[in-house]
Design a protein around this ligand. Structure first.
Ligand SMILES: NC(=O)c1ccc[n+]([C@@H]2O[C@H](COP(=O)([O-])OP(=O)(O)OC[C@H]3O[C@@H](n4cnc5c(N)ncnc54)[C@H](O)[C@@H]3O)[C@@H](O)[C@H]2O)c1
Ligand SMILES: O=C(O)C1=N[C@H](C(=O)O)CCC1
Length: 265
């Protein structure tokens, strides 16, 4: 029995790859797409997609959900709308698999409650790449021995949110085993505001944005006479597709929200 999927953000850097993955996966069926333009067209009518992709495009999610029976909703859009889409999908008992980052803690809590009420699975994964998940898990292990740590995340210059969802998730996992600690000299002074990066319980997070980059992160731990660097690089967005596929399959068996792919490995 195929899993019927609605995808939001098909024309994006991630959405375009996801359209290829979903339409090439025998056990998946792309029943509709949600975009902010091209209402009433099909993907095949857009120049960037194969002509045979007779997948209808909607700009109104409620209309789309009323006209198509979907099992799973995949969101690869922007922080501003990803949360609303996820909430709407759950209200229609369609299982969200969300790659969109930049949700607030309050939004995550609200979605967690809604998924529980609806007894529907929901997966919100800041990073779908298995290497990035392992980087986060290894960082949590290392943080037990190295309380001084700084995260440097490096992304393409079209990214909207900073720090990245991956960096925030990494810091949250580290915080599970690290006491809050102010790092650096107690009297250090930023002569240029922001020089020491974002502060998360004393841990510093630095965000680099440059053309030519895709998605990269270094987690650097410091100790007496040594440093330990754990890093991951996504060279292209194919690195995320197996994770999305895994989440679409696994979300069918969940009845609650799971935040982070590390909880499903
Ligand atoms: N979880 C992961 O592994 C992972 C990997 C890469 C990117 N991301 C996240 O995925 C999101 C998308 O990244 P991207 O590089 O593809 O961005 P992008 O800007 O290339 O694509 C976003 C798409 O969303 C569409 N969009 C905007 N408003 C919309 C609306 N109201 N309805 C439907 N679609 C709408 C845009 O048209 C665009 O095509 C970002 O939040 C990014 O952080 C997550
Ligand atoms: O390209 C992006 O944007 C990415 N966003 C995610 C994040 O914010 O961590 C995952 C990596 C790529």
């Amino acid at each position: 029995m195929a899993i019927n999927i609605i995808l939001a953000g098909p024309r994006g850097r991630m959405g375009y790859e996801a359209v290829q993955m979903i339409t090439n996966e025998e056990s998946f069926r792309l029943v509709a797409c949600l975009d902010h333009k091209h209402d009433g067209l099909t993907l095949g009518e857009l120049e960037q997609f194969r002509d045979d992709l007779q997948v209808p495009i909607y700009t109104d999610f409620d209309t789309c959900l009323k006209q198509h029976q979907a099992d799973v909703f995949v969101d690869l859009t922007i922080p501003e709308v990803g949360y609303k889409h996820t909430k709407t999908a759950l209200q229609y008992k369609v299982r969200p698999v969300v790659g969109t980052t930049g949700f607030t803690d309050e939004q995550l809590s609200e979605l967690k409650e809604l998924a529980k009420e609806q007894k529907r699975g929901c997966i919100i994964a800041p990073n779908f790449a298995i290497g990035a998940i392992l980087m986060m898990k290894f960082s949590k292990m290392a943080a037990k021995y190295f309380p001084d740590v700084e995260i440097i995340e490096k992304h393409h210059d079209q990214k909207l949110d900073a720090p990245s969802g991956t960096a925030k998730k990494t810091a949250e996992l580290i915080q599970d085993v690290r006491e809050s600690k102010k790092q650096g000299h107690p009297n250090e002074e930023e002569t240029l505001p922001g020089a020491r990066g974002a502060d998360m319980n004393g841990m510093r997070i630095h965000s680099m944005r440059l053309p030519g980059l895709v998605a990269h992160q270094e987690v650097i731990f410091g100790g007496a006479g040594q440093t330990l660097t754990i890093s991951h690089d996504s060279m292209n967005r194919a690195s995320f597709m197996d994770g999305i596929k895994e989440c679409v399959n696994q979300v069918m068996d969940l009845e609650e929200l799971v935040y982070g792919l590390e909880n499903l490995l």
